[in-house]
Design a protein around this ligand. Sequence first.
Ligand code: TXA
Ligand code: MG
Length: 339
Amino acid sequence: MSKVITVKKPQDFYQLDAPAEALASGELVAFPTETVYGLGANALDAFAVKSIFTAKGRPQDNPLIVHIAHKSQIYELVKSVPPAAEKILDTLAPGPVTIILEKNDVIPDVVTAGGKTVAVRIPENYIAQELIARAGVPVAAPSANTSGKPSPTKAEHVKEDLWDKVSYIIDGGSCSVGLESTVIDLTVTPPAILRPGGISHEELAALIGEVRGYKSGDSDTTAPKSPGMKYRHYAPKAKMKVFKGQAFEEAIKETIAATPQVNVCVLTAGERTYQGAKTINCGATPEEYSKNLFDALRTADNQGADIILAELPFPSGGIATALYNRIYKSCGGNVVLCK
Ligand code: TXA
Ligand code: MG
């Protein structure tokens, strides 16, 4: 049985003692972060980490991110912390950024899928920090969804996917960013973004100098640097089509008119209605849309949508780059350009 614990304020922190103890002793605990909910296990316990892969149905060759509560915990996990890593940890952490460094032997191979590098992140969410601090161990955690499905941004998404597969689900409300962290590889020159996320390429480059931006296709090949990026991801059950650019309205209306016999759900970028379709307003800014996207995909599925059509009128850059990356994967590249 999974036990659900609701934490709304620091006065509720005492409730984290039982899940923290469960984590330290090898059980699985799902918890909120500012990006998405994580499925945590003691990162130093190979057996516990293995059970993450089973619970999620995750391919074994996809390494996990190790979460810590304080910067001081990183020094035992990695061979060295170069100046760029220090700068990122001092300036952008805690926050939605994950750094990749050479791993130390304390990290079991199952965490890194046999690789010599490890991904480390300090989440900003205060519940995540408190849980990890109370557990007293680094916590390996992928997103707390069944592999392939949209990532969880609310505790109810975790319940949908992992009920009974984890000891505790900590409900900390909706995630504030809604898309996963930026993954940056600091073992290469120049450092390279392997997954766009909550911290933008622009912010990282301003801080540490030249950074190789994420190139779609890069890590979608058969030998990707960030193996997770090659799998089908973030996908709703419904078919999905994305309308990129400003002139989406006519194109969406035509698509709805051409498919009268099916349930259509439109994800809108602001308040709008379409005759013959349900709509879910994801928000008029890239930040709002990012926060709401995964929940909207699950909602559309639960409402029985056959087709999801998504408005995507934002210029790229900043978080919009990450939003594009996720939504393109959700729809399997089914994108229409609407100039
Ligand atoms: O925001 C996040 O990062 C969330 C929350 C829970 O912290 N976690 C998350 O984990 O998104 P996951 O497992 O869903 O995605 C981790 C990504 C994958 O694409 C994986 O391949 C990559 O990071 N990764 C992990 N370790 C790596 C390594 N050593 N080298 C390259 N890529 C790595
Ligand atoms: Mg994931």
